[in-house]
Design a binder for this molecule. Structure first.
Ligand code: SF4
Length: 363
């Protein structure tokens, strides 16, 4: 580290925050439930995108008891479009844990909060400091960037070992009399002043002392090693339809989109469908389909997740018979009308297809 920590840092960043902070609904509350809700929603999501989701959840479930009592399908449906669905499942599970194990009272200490499912160091620090004013510093992408630039830290922020270095510095900087405001301030500063690309150095209160600015290293800091290339996956969806009902299934654990609904999936290692293999697979599953039933897909859908790039094609297959009960059970499929599909939680890729094909009624 090149610049030494000083109490001036906290004062400067808090002053800046008082002048520039955005009015956001979760900043007007010390209710740990609402703070937790906002933090879960905002992880890996921009504020503009997360805000309507926060409002929807806070309105549908104003208390942790109401969230805990909601059916999982409903929670996932409300979450639809935000991605990272395990966050929604964990959130739902944690709400139930708080009701059952903590008598609906949120734990108030950082160490206790860490025991909740899906609550990592960042979220625990945010709840403990914002709701209970515990002196524990938050570390998120914004904080890493601000500290790396102002203090000249060149540790790779993607390496787990670097976390300790940044945490130690942040813990030295956070003031005991305003841990909540300090944490809000440093995150907000990273979000709107010291941004990843084109930070506003010209009108920055740290310009004189900022290590990166004074050494021409603003674009180089923070140091972040490249993530592994995303894995390419090719999904061929068989959309069986009979008598106005579409056969869908709930995805299981062990892969992406657990608990969401999609269609019969044939996955392959290329975007070209191996028809012979598919027909054999369907036949083995008791679904007698001939090659002439497979209409060429009109469009290709692409969906990028953090570690996967999905290319999907949909084959609409009109069946002139209803699939037998044992076949449905084996393939885990069930028929759904358009109205029922509307209420199901679905990956955004499936939702786009349903809308393109005008299968969903309320477009
Ligand atoms: S001078 Fe630039 S790089 Fe340094 S803290 Fe300010 S905005 Fe960030």
């Amino acid at each position: 580290m090149e610049n030494k920590p000083s109490p001036l840092f906290a004062q400067t960043i808090i002053d800046w925050y008082q002048r520039h902070k955005r009015a956001l609904p979760w900043r007007d509350t010390t209710d740990p439930y609402l703070i937790w809700l906002s933090e879960v929603i905002l992880q890996q999501t921009r504020v503009a995108q997360g805000l309507p989701y926060f409002r929807r959840f806070a309105e549908a479930y104003p208390t942790v008891q109401q969230l805990a009592a909601a059916p999982q399908d409903e929670v996932l449906r409300l979450w639809q479009g935000l991605g990272y669905y395990s966050r929604a499942r964990n959130m739902h599970h944690t709400a139930q844990q708080i009701v059952q194990e903590y008598g609906s009272v949120f734990p108030s200490r950082y160490e206790e909060l860490l025991k909740l499912r899906g609550v990592g160091g960042y979220t625990a620090a945010a709840i403990a400091s914002f709701a209970f004013r515990e002196k524990v510093a938050v570390l998120d992408g914004n904080v890493f960037r601000v500290l790396a630039r102002v203090f000249g830290l060149s540790d790779d922020i993607a390496a787990p070992a670097s976390r300790k270095v940044f945490q130690q510095l942040a813990n030295e900087l956070i003031p005991a009399n305003a841990p909540d405001t300090f944490n809000q301030a440093i995150m907000e500063f990273g979000a709107i002043q010291c941004t990843p690309v084109m930070p506003d150095c010209l009108f920055c209160p740290f310009q004189q002392s900022c290590f990166a600015f004074n050494h021409g290293l603003v674009q180089e800091l923070p140091v972040k090693s490249k993530a592994k290339a995303a894995r390419a996956r090719f999904f061929h969806y068989m959309v069986f339809v009979h008598d106005g009902e579409y056969y869908m299934r709930k995805r299981l654990s062990g892969d992406i989109w657990e608990g969401l609904y999609d269609f019969y999936l044939h996955e392959s290692d290329s975007k070209t469908l191996d028809t012979a293999r598919l027909l054999k697979e369907l036949n083995d599953a008791g679904i007698a389909v001939e090659e002439s039933h497979l209409l060429a897909p009109r469009k290709e859908y692409k969906h990028v997740l953090s570690h996967q790039k999905i290319t999907a094609r949909f084959y609409l297959i009109q069946l002139d018979f209803r699939l037998k009960e044992e076949v449905l059970q084996e393939a885990r499929l069930a028929p759904y009308s358009s109205e029922k599909i509307e209420a199901l939680p679905k990956p955004i890729l499936i939702d786009s297809y349903l809308k393109d094909e005008k299968i969903l009624l309320n477009l």
